[in-house]
Design a protein around this ligand. Sequence first.
Ligand code: IPE
Ligand code: IPE
Ligand code: MG
Length: 239
Amino acid sequence: MSEANPKHSHGARHVAIIMDGNGRWAKKRFLPHAMGHKKGVEAVRRTVRAAGELGLEALTIYAFSSENWKRPEGEVNDLMMLLRNYIQSDLDEFIANNVRLKVIGNYKALAPDIVVLIDDAIAKTAHGDTTLAVALNYGSQDELLRVTRKIADMQSSGAIQPDAIDETLFASMLDTADLPPLDLLIRTSGEHRLSNFMLWQCAYAEMWFTDILWPDFGPEHLEQALEDFANRERRFGGR
Ligand code: IPE
Ligand code: IPE
Ligand code: MG
């Protein structure tokens, strides 16, 4: 984790977004769900560019949750196809813009060809200085359980004593270990819940909610969120 100062006067280093409302965006227009997701990818593209321009060190986006498998098979397939296309079409732009791709969540359980695409993109962007972390097959409870199981293994093999299990050790084993602390969480579409996203990392994150549906989200909304963030007083429990 880098201890560098924020690059921008808004003071945020790491923003995460729960990109919600693709379905409602499509429904309002009497379009199929898939069109909402397709437009959602365009919003991702705009937002990733804006994040770089606004000097963020990391942008984490919730693209597919561990609970989204409950959706109809056709919708899951559409989302996976959009993911394949997105990685393939935007990889050159990531490289050109020094974007480092990272994935949080159990992405190895996705289709083997997607895992190959992701691993290749991660390797080719490894030297980028702005991180785009995509949450894929991600659930925060799953992430916390994976860490807990690892720690239990370490303890039973005698590699660690219970006293040594502290916040620093735990955070260093999360999928987000190499990202700056989360400053700001954004959720679109008027929902006010976390939906199993970054429960540990949200401990002292600021929250920003908007009624904008994800396909309508753009740089101006990210800028607005960061402007609001700059005016918040963060106390971390102190005075
Ligand atoms: C968010 O849009 C995208 C994913 C969860 C993959 P939704 O598809 O959840 O949109 P709504 O909530 O139905 O409007
Ligand atoms: C959260 O949105 C997951 C993603 C944005 C990928 P959902 O639409 O799945 O969340 P719920 O079901 O409304 O809580
Ligand atoms: Mg939703």
